[in-house]
Design a protein around this ligand. Structure first.
Ligand code: ADE
Length: 414
C-alpha cells in the first residue's frame, strides 16, 4: 500500500457509494476502464495527480489503475476535497494525500508527497504540480510529461513557455472542443448557479445577476441564470465577446455601472481584483458575491475584509456576511474560492465523463511520445473520439458525409 493522508479512513464505504453513483453517469469512462483493464497501456507508469477529490475524479483514477498505473493524488483545492471519496480511494490502494480544509502548508506538503512518489506522468488542475516542480527541480527527475485541465493553468503554461521557463511537455486538455463546449459551458454553467443557490437559497427570478467575463464559462453561467428568470448583466474586456453577449440578449456594462445594480455577482474571468473596493462601496445591501474562476483572486477579499466593520462568519454554511460601515451587508460565498466545487459538487458526472475521458486517452497517448518541453494540443482524434463515444452512449446518431459531399468539401472545383 502506498502512503496516504486522509481525514477518516472509516468513511471509505460511504465514499465508494458516491463513486458508484457518479460512475452511472460516466459511460465513456466505463468503456475506457474495460479496455484499459484488458490492454494495460499504463503498466509500470506512476501518475501524480493534483485534482479536486470528488467522485468523478475517483472514477478517472479507477480507469488509470485498471490500465496499470500507480496513482498518487493530491487535492487541487482544500475546500473541494470530499473526505469520504479520499478514504474510498485510499482503501483501493491509491496514494491519496487530501483532507478537506487543510492549511496552505499542509496543502503544499500533500503536493510534495505525490511528487516524491516519482511520477513519469502528471495530471494537473491549475498548474500547482508544475509550479512546484519548477521551484524544486529535484522533484522533476523522471517526469516525462503531463496534462493540464483548466483555462487558468493553460494560460500559465503558455506564459512559462514564452519566458523559456517551462521544463516539461504539457498537454492542454482545456483547449479541446469538448472541454470548452461541454465542461466550461455546461459544467461551469450549471454547477456555478447550483452552488449559489445551495449556498444562499435565493430566488434568482427577477433579480439582476452580474457576470464578469463572457468566455465559455461566463456564457454558460449567463444562460443558466437567464433560464431561472434572472436579468443578466455582463462585464467584459474583449469587444467580440461583449458583442456576443449583447446579441445573445444580455446587457453589457462596465463594472462601475453594474456594481450598484447587481443582486448577485459572479466572476469568471481568470483575472484578479475584478470586484474591488470601489465596487463594494456602491453595491446594494444583501448583494451576493461569488467566484467561478480557478483561483481565489477575482474578488479582492482582503480589501472587502479591511473595509468591513465586522465579518459574521458562516451565517449559512458557505456564506460570510460583511457588515459595511454604512450598515449594508455584502454576502461572500465560499470565501471567494471556486464556488462550484467549494459550495457544491463541481461539474455533474456526465460532464466530467467527457473531460476525464480526454485526460485518460491523452495519458495513454503520452506513453508513446517523446516530446520537448512546451505546451501541446490534445491530438484532435482524441477530442472527436470522446464526443462520438458520448453521443453513442446517449443513443444519438451522427450524420455521415455522402461520397459526393466528401468530394465537394475537398475540392475547389464546382
Ligand atoms: N472540476 C470541475 N468539476 C469537477 C468535478 N466534479 N470533479 C473533479 N474536477 C472537477
Amino acid at each position: 500500500m502506498p502512503s496516504y493522508d486522509v481525514a477518516d479512513p472509516a468513511l471509505a464505504e460511504q465514499g465508494a457509494r458516491k463513486v458508484a453513483w457518479a460512475e452511472r453517469a460516466m459511460p465513456v469512462l466505463g468503456l475506457l476502464r474495460e479496455r484499459f483493464a484488458q490492454e494495460r497501456p499504463l503498466d509500470g507508469i506512476t501518475v501524480a495527480a493534483c485534482m479536486h477529490v470528488t467522485p468523478e475524479t475517483a472514477a478517472l483514477v479507477r480507469v488509470l489503475t485498471a490500465g496499470g498505473a500507480a496513482v498518487h493524488l493530491a487535492a487541487s483545492n482544500p475546500l473541494s476535497t470530499q473526505d469520504d471519496v479520499a478514504a474510498a480511494l485510499a482503501a483501493e490502494g491509491v496514494g491519496v494525500h487530501a483532507r478537506h480544509g487543510v492549511t496552505r502548508d499542509e496543502y503544499v506538503a500533500h503536493l510534495t508527497a505525490v511528487l516524491e512518489a516519482g511520477p513519469q506522468l502528471l495530471l494537473d488542475d491549475g498548474c500547482d504540480l508544475v509550479d512546484l516542480l519548477h521551484t524544486k527541480p529535484v522533484l522533476r527527475k523522471g517526469v516525462r510529461a503531463g496534462v493540464e485541465e483548466t483555462t487558468t493553468g493553460v494560460l500559465r503554461l503558455r506564459q512559462m513557455t514564452a519566458d523559456g521557463a517551462l521544463k516539461i511537455p504539457m498537454v492542454a486538455v482545456n483547449d479541446t472542443s469538448v472541454q470548452r463546449l461541454v465542461a466550461n459551458r455546461h459544467g461551469t454553467g450549471q454547477s456555478t448557479v447550483d452552488a449559489v443557490l445551495r449556498a444562499t437559497g435565493a430566488l434568482l427570478a427577477g433579480t439582476t445577476v452580474v457576470i464578469a467575463g463572457y468566455g465559455p464559462c461566463g456564457a454558460g453561467i449567463a444562460e443558466r441564470a437567464r433560464g431561472l428568470g434572472a436579468h443578466v448583466l455582463v462585464t467584459e474586456i474583449d469587444p467580440a465577446r461583449a458583442l456576443e453577449a449583447v446579441l445573445s440578449g444580455h446587457r453589457v456594462a462596465t463594472m462601475a455601472d453594474a456594481a450598484p445594480l447587481g443582486d448577485v455577482f459572479i466572476t469568471a474571468t481568470g483575472n484578479r481584483d475584478v470586484l474591488r473596493a470601489e465596487h463594494f462601496e456602491v453595491m446594494k445591501d444583501g448583494a451576493v458575491l461569488a467566484n467561478a474562476g480557478h483561483f481565489d483572486v477575482e474578488i479582492d477579499v482582503r480589501s472587502l475584509a479591511e473595509n468591513s466593520l465586522e465579518v459574521h462568519r458562516k451565517v449559512r454554511p458557505h456564506v460570510d456576511e460583511h457588515l459595511m460601515a454604512d450598515g449594508r451587508r455584502l454576502l461572500l460565498v465560499a470565501e471567494g474560492r471556486l464556488v462550484n466545487l467549494a459550495a457544491a459538487e463541481g461539474h455533474p458526472a456526465s460532464v466530467m465523463d467527457v473531460s476525464f475521458a480526454v485526460q485518460a486517452l491523452t495519458l495513454e497517448w503520452l506513453t508513446t511520445q517523446v516530446l520537448k518541453p512546451g505546451v501541446y494540443d490534445v491530438p484532435p482524434e482524441i477530442d472527436a473520439e470522446v464526443a462520438r463515444t458520448k453521443l453513442a452512449a446517449l443513443g444519438i446518431g451522427l450524420e455521415a458525409l455522402t461520397p459526393e459531399q466528401q468530394r465537394y468539401l475537398s475540392s475547389w472545383r464546382p
